[in-house]
Design a protein around this ligand. Structure first.
Ligand code: HAM
Length: 430
């Protein structure tokens, strides 16, 4: 009986897996530069966490959650996003009391949303994200976006565009909600059933309705910018001044409201302008009330999350993935049965020296060994026959330069260090 993967999921292997690993390492390295630390939360959370934290009236929570009931009858959900889980973990472990503030966390892991699969849209996907929790300053809002944008430039993307907006604090958002109600109310009968409901529960959600007619109507809706309090406006202006000073390529998009409920103040999304449009590669923003919503103290936070599959699609489109595979350091090529038998020892020794190494799984012709070495991207071949091995000698061949020299096998580690060590090798374990 043969099986197929679940719709909207993918298997990750080969070159794609290498590219994913590389991109992930770059993102983590950048987050470390900005003084973020690794953080992990489970892929099973109480369902109510997302209802409370991410927002009961969002599409993500209303329509897209993978909720299961375990054998004990508990309602658990595979996370559709990590921000709520990180907030829960900070509150539950009282990290706000024991750690220096702000807590700066980065995470990477699988997420689950029951969406219609399409270009850059999966039901299981991977996010890399950061959250900075427990301190409040416009600079921290900007730093978060700066990290996102700089990471994309560092990966090699040339055209990176940020869209920014401010949703203001609670008072500003309340005033804006009223303005939206007043705008949409006369058109209530034309709206889709979802939006008719949203008009009462959360009119902000009308702005990202995908139904054509509602979408058109939303274009004429009032803009949040006009409803920001003086304080909120000043803070947004300060942020925009930082963005200007840093030379970040951005545009203010008054229609950007984001699809989750916890945002207040600064919000943003980033697009990579490339061959194909996969939608936003990342999104994020500031939140004031999430921690208190999930039972903690009133601490603000800011963060973003990036979709790794979308990033990788652009990364490959732009040809940035060519050196993602580190290749093998040494491929062993025994000639003759005695040499083959003794290769296991050499293999272990080479790996212990910190160099990746492989040998053929069975005896064969030298020409077949060379093919295997080439396919595994090996830089060196170590070639030896029975007699040579007896004398403790072998040929070490640089496969790219086609240069070969005889070496003393008791000095194998030193010979490899000289050729592959310190900055030259790509696989040298410390
Ligand atoms: P989000 O905008 O819902 O934000 O998701 C962030 C990114 O995840 C998107 O820009 C996209 O690249 C990727 N993504 C979302 N859905 C899918 C999907 N179905 N398939 C593939 N990729 C997808 C959040 O999740 C917030 N937690 C971000 C945040 C962190 N805000 C503050 N801190």
């Amino acid at each position: 009986m043969a099986f197929q993967r679940v719709k909207g999921t993918m298997d990750v292997y080969g070159h794609y897996a290498r590219a994913k690993e590389k991109v992930s390492n770059v993102l983590k390295g950048m987050a470390e530069l900005y003084h973020f630390s690794p953080f992990e939360t489970p892929v099973l959370e109480p369902t109510a966490l997302f209802e409370r934290g991410s927002g009961e009236t969002t599409d993500i929570v209303e329509k897209q959650m993978y909720t299961i009931f375990d054998k004990g009858g508990r309602s658990l959900t595979h996370p559709p996003e990590y921000t709520a889980g990180v907030a829960r973990a900070i509150v539950e472990n009282k990290l706000y009391a024991t750690e220096d503030l702000p807590i700066k966390a980065y995470y990477e892991g699988p997420l689950f949303r029951y969406e219609r699969p399409g270009l850059g849209r999966y039901r299981q996907f991977t996010q890399f994200g950061v959250e900075c929790v427990g301190a409040d300053s416009p600079w921290l809002d900007v730093e978060t976006l700066l990290l996102a944008v700089e990471s994309l430039y560092y990966l090699g993307f040339k055209k990176v565009k940020a869209l920014v907006n401010s949703l203001g604090g609670k008072a500003s958002r309340d005033a804006y909600r009223e303005a939206l109600r007043a705008y949409f109310e006369p058109h209530k009968d034309e709206l889709c059933p979802d939006c008719q409901r949203r008009l009462a529960t959360n009119p902000l959600r009308l702005l990202d309705c995908k139904v054509e007619h509602d979408h058109e109507l939303a274009k004429g809706a009032p803009s949040i910018i006009d409803y920001l309090s003086e304080e909120d406006r000043q803070r947004f202006e300060q942020i925009v001044r930082y963005l200007d000073a840093l030379g970040i390529d951005y545009a203010v998009d008054p229609g950007l409201v984001r699809g989750l409920d916890y945002y207040s103040g600064f919000v943003f999304e980033v697009k990579i302008e490339g061959k194909k449009d996969y939608g936003s590669v990342l999104g994020g923003g500031h939140y004031d009330d999430l921690l208190s919503e999930v039972g903690g103290p009133a601490l603000p936070g800011v963060g973003f999350a990036l979709g790794l599959e979308r990033l990788l699609a652009s990364y490959i489109d732009e040809g940035l993935d060519s050196d993602a595979d580190p290749g093998l350091d040494v491929y062993l090529m025994p000639i003759g049965s005695a040499a083959f038998e003794r290769s296991f020892g050499l293999l272990v020794e080479t790996r212990l020296s910190g160099y990746s190494a492989e040998m053929p799984s069975k005896e064969g012709k030298l020409s077949s060994y060379f093919k295997k070495a080439e396919r595994s991207g090996a830089r060196y071949a170590l070639i030896y026959g029975d007699e040579e091995l007896e004398q403790g000698r072998a040929q070490l061949k640089d496969l790219a330069r086609k240069e070969q020299s005889e070496i003393d096998l008791t000095r194998l580690a030193e010979e490899l260090d000289a050729r592959l060590g310190e900055g030259e090798g790509h696989h040298h374990a410390e």
